[in-house]
Design a protein around this ligand. Structure first.
Ligand SMILES: C[S@@+](CC[C@H](N)C(=O)[O-])C[C@H]1O[C@@H](n2cnc3c(N)ncnc32)[C@H](O)[C@@H]1O
Length: 245
């Protein structure tokens, strides 16, 4: 007998999404414009050779460009927030609303079995949802999504201090906290970071970083990585701290 499919339960209120997320996205749309352009640049350079995209944690697509989504013939959205799904239907390209919870035990393996033709985008969700079991997302993704092209942008840490530069950074491997702090918060002698336990989530290979002022007094450092598709690349528009790509 095959394993039961983990089902995505509706969630209107949550720490990583829900009604508060929609209110913030609406209020902060002008302030987020630079970050949204940065994400668009990363996505634009990711060219998985698939015409089916699974978006995990897409909400209403506030940080996802319609033009880029339109490259895919088929889109499956995995999103527990019913308001987000409704808003997606209204403002984003047509998508099937999937009912699989990919982020619980066995979820990614089920995703691979049910969507072997897809590329998977984790849209700022992996730094918010703890990895099930004893492993970190890095190991779970490498083991359970093996063979599927995937990409993720996610929080690696957050803090109160606004970054001194918006210039993104691209590195041939995952960055370490000291290097990232020295680049984005130069000169700060002390900084209190909230760790999202997702640094270097893509394993070996290039990673890119950009700050995101989510709300006043709430700065997030976002990591971008791509795996599992030789044709893909990590985009580093803007200056990189080291010539990584
Ligand atoms: C920080 S928001 C990301 C928003 C989105 N990427 C955008 O452009 O607006 C995280 C999203 O992940 C969703 N989420 C939380 N748990 C999830 C799960 N197990 N599977 C899929 N999405 C999930 C939340 O409902 C929320 O919409």
């Amino acid at each position: 007998m095959s394993d039961p499919i983990p089902v995505l339960r509706d969630r209107l209120l949550s720490t990583s999404g829900g009604l508060q997320w929609h209110a913030t996205a609406w209020r902060r749309r002008a302030a987020w414009a630079g970050f949204v352009r940065q994400v668009a640049g990363w996505l634009d350079a990711w060219r998985p050779r698939r015409d089916h995209l699974v978006v995990v944690g897409g909400s209403a697509g506030y940080t996802l460009p319609t033009a880029w989504l339109s490259r895919f013939r088929r889109i499956t959205l995995l999103e527990p927030d019913p308001v987000a799904r409704c808003l997606w239907r209204w403002r984003r390209p047509r998508a099937e609303m999937g009912r699989l919870d990919a982020l619980v035990a066995g979820g990614l393996r089920t995703l691979r079995v049910h969507h072997p033709d897809a590329a998977v985008l984790f849209a700022n969700v992996l730094g918010q949802v703890p990895c099930p079991g004893q492993r970190r997302w890095t190991e779970t993704l490498a083991a359970d999504l093996d063979g599927l092209p995937w990409a993720s942008y996610h929080d690696v840490f957050s803090c109160v201090e606004r970054a001194a530069t918006r210039t993104p950074m691209a590195l041939p491997q995952a960055g370490d906290v000291e290097t990232l702090v020295a680049h984005f918060w130069p000169g700060l002698r002390e900084i209190e970071l909230f760790d999202h336990d997702s640094l270097g989530l893509g394993g070996p290979g290039p990673h890119a970083y950009a700050p995101w002022s989510l709300r006043p007094g709430q700065e997030h450092l976002i990591e971008w990585c791509v795996r599992g598709d030789r044709e893909s690349s990590v985009a580093c528009p803007g200056r990189s701290a080291r010539p990584a790509c």
